[in-house]
Design a protein around this ligand. Structure first.
Ligand SMILES: [Zn+2]
Length: 313
């Protein structure tokens, strides 16, 4: 009877011991002394949607495991989080997001372990026709005082890169230098892109952008363009009043191109274009992963703008 008891308790002890070992590995304790190449010690960083995911991968490099919350092709404003994603987000060393883009993410983040990129830059006010849609509490745009689409200005994104490098360095001091070096490199790359766009849009026949949804405020702000968004929110149908307002303005300003987006139905833009005798062209707000990356998509946007606005480089 005695031996039977000790056998089973020995099994129990073994099981407990192996659980302890697993737990120790999982938490990465002791890795500082033994400098292993295992990926266990890397901070897990969650990025809310594409441009932030791209940025976090650049800055995190091989020192972080970056997970994106929004799958390619999904309009990020509508994101709903699975229980698994919420768990992932809660245990991540850092969640990188922009308050106001995705209400589901805004609700789930812990202020201690999150980085709101909007806090790193000077924001611009939200669009003026926010009153258009009353309901739709699933969309965050309505109550925001600022425009959250800040990644469309590479110079602001460069500032975010620098701050993100500092946040990652704090989260994982052992790799602080790597995070800061990559942040500096990324900021420099974005600075060069900013120069390229500034030059490319210096001399243009028109500076008015008529867009499907008001996502390009920062691009307009940075490069001295004027944005006229048909709607504020990608899912909102514009009212007839708004449409005729925009049509009148487009005619008055001699607009030749109405911009559409790959994730938004081009129907409204096409109707408007035919009303004012303009063409349509796709301008990518980069809310979802493009066919290339952030840099190549912004260069494609520059080419599209140069053609549509009649710019001479
Ligand atoms: Zn948007």
């Amino acid at each position: 009877m005695m031996s039977g008891f000790s056998r089973s308790s020995a099994v129990g002890l073994l099981a407990a011991a192996s659980l302890l070992t697993t737990a120790a590995c999982g938490s990465g304790s002791g890795s500082a002394e033994t400098s292993t190449t295992a990926s266990d010690g890397k901070p897990e960083v969650v990025a809310a949607f594409y441009p932030l995911q791209w940025l976090t991968e650049q800055v995190g490099g091989s020192d972080a495991t970056v997970t994106g919350l929004t799958a390619p092709g999904v309009e990020p404003h509508d994101l709903e989080l699975s229980i698994q994603q919420v768990t992932e987000l809660k245990k991540a060393a850092l969640t990188v997001y922009i308050k106001g883009i995705q209400p589901a993410v805004d609700d789930a983040v812990d202020p201690e372990t999150s980085f709101d990129a909007a806090t790193a830059v000077t924001t611009i006010p939200a669009g003026e026709h926010a009153e258009e849609e009353g309901g739709e509490e699933e969309h965050g745009h309505e109550e925001l005082s600022y425009d959250p689409h800040l990644w469309l200005d590479p110079s602001r994104l460069a500032t975010v890169a620098t701050k993100l490098g500092e946040r990652l360095a704090t989260a994982d001091p052992a790799h602080a230098q790597g995070f800061k070096d990559r942040a500096a490199k990324t900021a420099a790359t974005l600075g060069a892109l900013d120069q390229e766009i500034t030059q490319g849009l210096t001399t243009c026949k028109s500076r008015t952008l008529v867009t499907a949804h008001e996502a390009f405020g920062y691009l307009a702000d940075r490069y001295k363009l004027k944005q006229v968004g048909i709607t504020l929110d990608p899912e909102t149908e514009p009212s007839p009043t708004r449409l005729s307002e925009v049509a009148k303005l487009a005619k008055a300003e001699g607009v030749t191109t109405i911009f559409t987006e790959s994730l938004v139905s081009p129907k409204v833009a096409e109707v408007l274009a035919s009303q004012v005798g303009a063409k349509t062209a796709v301008l990518d707000p980069l809310e979802s992963k493009p066919s290339g990356d952030y840099l190549s998509a912004m260069r494609d946007n520059l080419k599209t703008l140069q053609t549509a606005l009649g710019c001479t480089a």
